[in-house]
Design a protein around this ligand. Sequence first.
Ligand code: ATP
Length: 254
Amino acid sequence: MAELEVSGLVLRFGGLTVLENVSLSVEPGELFALIGPNGAGKTSVFNCISGIYRPSQGRVRFRGRDITGLPPHAIARAGLARTFQHGELFRDMSVVDNLLTGRHARFTTGPLAEALFLPSVRRQELEHREAVERIIEFVELERYRHAPVGGLPFGIQKLAGFARALAMEPKFLLLDEPSAGLNRDEREDLARFLLRIKHELGLAMIWIEHDMQMVADLADRLQVLDYGRTIALGTPGEVLNDPAVINAYLGVAE
Ligand SMILES: Nc1ncnc2c1ncn2[C@@H]1O[C@H](COP(=O)(O)OP(=O)(O)OP(=O)(O)O)[C@@H](O)[C@H]1O
């Protein structure tokens, strides 16, 4: 069974059709890239999967469960975590506290237990902190753990956004252009983390990306959107030499 299955997505805003019958299927443990020129509809696919947009037609199934139209918090709780192009972190809070809020969004105790600060709540708080420390080590952010996120270099902020998604202990990751704005060294670090997430954590991911070299090097498969339609699907070797794909990128290729 596919880990995530999107079938026949149609998304319209007024007279504008943003997605026209988009389907995709991601296998367990797969690093699946979603590419396409600006405005092709990639982020809209993520918004439909993560519950921010409700598709006009089509279904989203996660591990066999129909999650179409559920609110974003319910989808996050089902185990789908997402990173955003622009971090979406709390700038005045430290890296640790940002990660803790990521966990609290997913694992909550009852308000009464929290108000009374019962031993179970204290124990859970300790477990949250230990889990956050493990993730900070995983993404090698130890020396920034107590720094306010807003003052950190951009590449580190992006890693912190990544770490926050991992702090939710997701079963599946949606990565929206994680390499945007990163320099060459930071991209190499990102590539390393993607491979570690895949091999050490075994997470399946959909990865929106504009850096074709990274996609060619790392993706198991990729799907290409253009004007809200799928124009190609396959391994990097198959897709990146496809004339329809080269044509879609003409004028926007780096
Ligand atoms: N809420 C909305 N209202 C109206 N139009 C929208 C909305 N969201 C997206 N669109 C339109 O849908 C189209 C696809 O946008 P989307 O952001 O999904 O593309 P993308 O492939 O992610 O682009 P990029 O690579 O630039 O991030 C664009 O024409 C965009 O203007």
